[in-house]
Design a binder for this molecule. Structure first.
Ligand code: MG
Length: 189
């Protein structure tokens, strides 16, 4: 039984993370579309459901949850004009030299290794899907941190899939076969 005082239970942090993304209009399917595009060339038979599943798994990691909660909070405070000057103006305008958004998001991908890091670099340069939508919606809300956080989540989920593919290959399974076995075996994180 969980008895830790002053410690936030994982379930609370996980729920807060999902709620924050939903509040900002980002669905897991939006992020899954990016993951799919990044990974389908290397994963025959990959489908969107597998990408959503991978996103759900990486969203259980505190490393990512904390980055998402901090970044989204700052976007929302900036939107409400509640940051102090000059940070308010810097975050609100997504100032070119402000790199803390990228730094926080990049810090959260290290747990998923070099594939996550290089994928993040790619997505930071070539904003695809909802990352581009968030980046170009300037003037409608503040998404200074959110675009980078979405890239971070997608990069972690893509890296996880790449590693999972090797696990499946070594087990002599395809994604399709793994799907069938899914309910019979405890899933890997
Ligand atoms: Mg940004």
């Amino acid at each position: 039984m969980f008895t830790g005082k002053n410690i936030v239970h994982s379930d609370v942090v996980t729920k807060a993370t999902h709620d924050a993304l939903a509040r900002r209009g980002v669905t897991l399917e939006d992020i899954a579309n990016i993951v799919y595009e990044m990974q389908v060339p290397y994963n025959e038979g990959l489908d969107l459901a597998e990408c959503v599943d991978s996103i759900e798994k990486v969203l259980m990691k505190r490393e990512l949850q904390h980055a998402i909660l901090v970044g989204i909070e700052l976007d929302e405070l900036a939107e409400q004009g509640k940051l102090s000057a000059p940070l308010q103006q810097i975050v609100e305008s997504d100032e070119g030299l402000f790199g803390v958004d990228e730094t926080i998001a990049l810090g959260a991908v290290f747990t998923y290794g070099s594939i996550a890091v290089t994928t993040f670099g790619h997505l930071d340069k070539n904003k695809i899907g909802i990352i581009n939508d968030l980046d170009t919606k300037k003037g409608i809300g503040v998404h200074t941190f959110l675009d980078d956080l979405v890239a971070s989540i997608a990069s972690c989920a893509a890296s996880r899939l790449a590693h999972r593919k090797r696990d499946l290959e070594e087990a002599g399974l395809t994604y399709k076969e793994a799907h069938k076995l899914k309910n019979k075996q405890p899933d890997q994180q």
